[in-house]
Design a protein around this ligand. Structure first.
Ligand code: 5CA
Length: 442
């Protein structure tokens, strides 16, 4: 992508209410534009990151056996009356009336709607287990939308819903999502710690939140530092192996880790001294097992092997896809801007032409752009007339993992300058060698 043809409205103007670094950097890097309290347009650069996160989440859900679909944002109030949550949900729910006078709402979550889909088709235990998910915009009329996309009113969520015949089977489905989340966050380049959580308005008796540690996090976190070092299950993990699934959960839950809501000072006192970690965290995922809370009132039952109709055991599994854009920046930035993990970076490399008006330099940069593209690197090519300092600052701000800088002198020597954004390390080498080096580091 040639920068002169792109839309990258970087800016120095950041409103004073942008209190945390990810919000400031997203505005400065031209990733989002606020349209109202907690409501944002995703500008091209931000949208690319959002799509990358969405794709990784999709791949890991699919790997764990969940099946993707799409439900609408607008829902009928009557469905929520069946579960009893229409009145319970309170002011966070945005309620709308259509021209026919029907009560509608902008979905804050989809337990009712998926239960309705399920009961419309699934009648036998033989069709279980089933896990259906989608990635769709949600609306919650938060009292205090803040921190940019981290606590928005309209936000993108991945929500998965599992259906099982028995509680034991439902716990296996829960463990699958637990393991899939660890792999997902690992691929996204962040460490997310699972912690026992309060189920809140979703309900149920088993629930874990996944938190990324960051100073700006809304939750206080108490944990045994050992939990930070447990490796993710890995992409070759066998989701059909129930022993391995239980082990993955035990490996982490055996260490103390809780948010302030669930903190137990007495249990924390047993954590050995050098390992006590008190920090702040951002909730990027939340999983729930709620048994028959929705299936019973909504009549979502299946025939068991004896021919009796029994309500299914359900769970729901959320990931804050749009919140993750902010959370990743909170965990990955320095004084010059964002430092994207390669997996979610909007482009793989930034190519800076030092003298776009110099014919030889322009030709050399065009050739490098073609070579990088042919080598499979998605390249943002800065061929604008801006000052060199402005170009460097902008490229650092948007945080692509690599920069290739080409000026007339380097061209004469047959080299380019490769800069590694994370370390600031710079090296002069031939373009082919730079490509190999980037491949080795990616
Ligand atoms: N139905 C369940 C799971 S599918 C559910 O709604 N869970 S939740 O309420 O915990 O939300 C799931 C995830 O969405 C949270 O972990 C968080 O990462 C994200 N999220 C929740 N509220 C917001 C918000 N206001 N802005 C951005 N992300 C949010």
């Amino acid at each position: 992508m040639r920068l002169s043809q792109y839309f990258l409205p970087v800016t120095k103007d950041v409103p004073s209410d942008a209190a945390i670094v990810s919000h400031q950097l997203m505005l400065r890097a031209g990733m989002v534009r606020q349209n109202g309290a907690g409501i944002y347009s995703w500008l091209p650069l931000g949208f690319k990151v959002l799509k990358k996160i969405e794709q990784i989440v999709r791949e890991e859900m699919d790997r764990a056996g969940a099946v993707e679909m799409l439900m609408p944002t607008l829902q009928q109030a009557d469905l929520w009356r069946e579960s009893g949550r229409y009145d319970d949900y309170g002011e966070e729910m945005l309620r709308i009336t259509d021209r026919g006078g029907r009560d509608m709402l902008y979905g804050p979550t989809n337990e009712e709607m998926i239960t309705d889909v399920f009961r419309g088709y699934v009648k036998s235990y033989k069709q279980l287990p089933l896990n259906l998910y989608h990635q769709q915009w949600k609306f919650r009329d938060e009292v205090r939308p803040r921190f940019g996309v981290m606590r928005g009113r309209e936000f993108l969520m991945k929500d998965a819903y599992s259906f099982d015949l028995t509680e034991a089977a439902a716990r296996v489905s829960y463990q699958k999502m637990f393991a899939a989340y660890l792999n997902t966050f690992d691929r996204l380049g962040v460490t997310a710690i699972p912690m026992q959580a309060d189920p809140g308005p979703i309900g149920g008796d088993l629930s874990h939140e996944f938190l990324v540690l960051a100073e700006s996090g809304e939750s206080a976190v108490f944990c045994d530092s050992e939990v930070l070092d447990v490796p993710a299950p890995g992409l070759d993990f066998d989701f059909g192996d129930e022993t391995a699934l239980a082990a993955e959960m035990d490996k982490r839950t055996k260490f103390y880790a809780a948010t302030d809501e669930k903190h137990d000072a007495a249990a924390y006192a047993d954590v050995p001294d050098g390992r006590k970690t008190e920090a702040r965290g951002i909730e990027v995922g939340h999983i729930f097992y709620f048994g028959t809370k929705y299936s019973e009132p909504m009549g979502a039952g299946v025939q068991d092997s004896d021919g009796n109709v029994v309500p299914i055991h359900g769970g729901s599994y959320g990931i804050g896809v749009s919140r993750l854009v902010g959370a990743i920046i909170e965990a990955c930035h320095d004084e010059n801007g964002i430092v994207w993990p390669a997996s979610v970076s909007p482009f793989d490399v930034g190519l800076i032409s030092m003298r776009p008006k110099d014919e030889a330099c322009a030709a050399g940069c065009d050739a490098a752009y073609d070579a990088l593209t042919a080598a499979g690197f998605e390249t943002l090519y800065d061929e604008t007339d801006d000052r060199a300092g402005a170009k460097f600052g902008r490229m650092d701000l948007i945080g692509l993992p690599f920069q290739i800088i080409i000026g007339p002198k380097a061209l004469e020597k047959g080299v380019v300058e490769l800069k590694i954004r994370k370390t600031g390390e710079r090296e002069e080498l031939a373009l082919d060698a730079a490509i190999n080096r980037m491949r080795a580091l990616a």
